[in-house]
Design a binder for this molecule. Structure first.
Ligand code: NCD
Length: 348
């Protein structure tokens, strides 16, 4: 894959070789993401960070990634303060903003909208989530995290068992992750969702056509065995009509310490794209696992920075300048970012 000048719209664009290139650049940039090193390879460049749907980590991690490469960020959030609310087309918005910035990151509620946006411009456009379509950069950081955890556990992605859990119908992170994992070999996918929120049939067919195995369930329990990775997701209520759902969506859908200890072993990796829904009555990944080293969700969010840096470096063609540009940072940073992180360092 020729990265320079390319837009990143779907995981369908990636081969295993392209993924390897992205991960190598991400490894190189890890010390910058962890604030031990500084680089200015994108000095003078400007990112347009456009979010027309709710976001915390994706928007901020893209901005942090671009700024830590030496660039600066212009952003807009929501439709209210954008000219799209005055009836402007995606084509016009895209062409206009391209006159101001060097790369555009965009999240938009309609599937296919980011591709349409990219068709009006020659500058790289990165899909940060298009409705229930795709979220390719999340899939890359999820895969990068699985890779890192598996290296430590001496496991391989080929032949592994991945439990994908939650809202598999509307979860775009799931759609992208399943396709990117399907590039590997002989994976056993175990899909668990409430009734009515199953993975789209086309994705099941895609998996089967690549020789993987899959199981479909509507509950968690002892019938789920030998899992290497749990990928839990939030029920996407904002994509449903009021009162829609939730046949069979009950306490049984809470992934808490008791359930993890009864179903999974000590080397199972637990991931979630976040946000997890911690409100009462929402059955998601529980807080009582926060000190459990199997829970890799914050290692996962941290990894988002070097993955997004790597993509910027590649699409703007500066990846070969990184190594010689690195110098030490000189400001205060804590030894461990999170309060629970100290106990995880032995995992490295
Ligand atoms: C996800 C998204 O927006 O698709 N969040 C994220 O980007 N990490 C998942 C979600 O909203 O549930």
């Amino acid at each position: 894959m020729n990265f320079a000048g390319s837009s990143i719209l779907s995981v369908d664009q990636f081969s295993l070789d392209a993924i390897d290139t992205i991960f190598q650049v991400a490894d190189l940039l890890e010390p910058v993401a962890r604030r031990r090193k500084v680089t200015r390879v994108l000095e003078g460049a400007v990112l347009g960070n456009l979010f027309f749907e709710a976001s915390t980590r994706t928007r901020l991690s893209f901005a942090s990634a671009f700024e830590r490469l030496g660039g600066s960020v212009s952003d807009t959030t929501g439709f209210t303060f954008s000219s799209i609310s005055k009836g402007e087309s995606l084509y016009d918005t895209s062409r206009v903003i391209s006159g101001y910035v060097d790369t555009i990151v965009i999240r938009h509620p309609e599937e296919g909208s980011v591709r349409e946006f990219s068709e009006a411009t020659n500058i790289p456009v990165i899909n940060a989530g298009d409705g229930i379509g795709e979220h390719p950069t999340q899939a890359l950081l999820d895969l990068y995290t699985i890779n890192g955890e598996f290296k430590r556990l001496s496991k391989s992605i080929n032949g592994s068992s991945i439990l994908v859990f939650g809202d598999l119908k509307n979860g775009r992170t799931v759609h992208s992750l399943v396709k990117i994992l399907a590039l590997y070999q002989n994976i056993r996918f175990v899909f668990v969702s409430p009734m009515g929120l199953s993975l789209p049939e086309s994705l099941l067919e895609h998996i089967a056509s690549r020789g993987h195995h899959y199981e479909v369930h509507n509950s968690l329990g002892p019938h789920i065995k030998n899992i290497d990775v749990v990928y839990a997701t939030r029920i996407q209520r904002e994509r449903m009509l009021d009162g829609e759902l939730t046949e069979g969506y009950s306490e049984n859908f809470r992934i808490n310490a008791a359930l993890v200890n009864s179903l999974f072993d000590k080397n199972t990796v637990i991931l979630h794209p976040l946000p997890r829904d911690s409100r009462e009555g929402a059955f998601d990944l529980s807080d009582d696992l926060n000190a459990d080293e199997r829970l890799a969700i914050f290692r996962q969010t941290d990894n988002g920075v070097q993955i997004r840096m790597a993509l910027f470096a590649l699409v703007l063609g500066v990846e070969n300048q990184i190594e010689s540009s690195l110098r030490d940072s000189n400001w205060f940073r804590p030894q461990y970012i999170g309060k629970q992180d100290a106990k995880f360092t032995k995992l490295k």
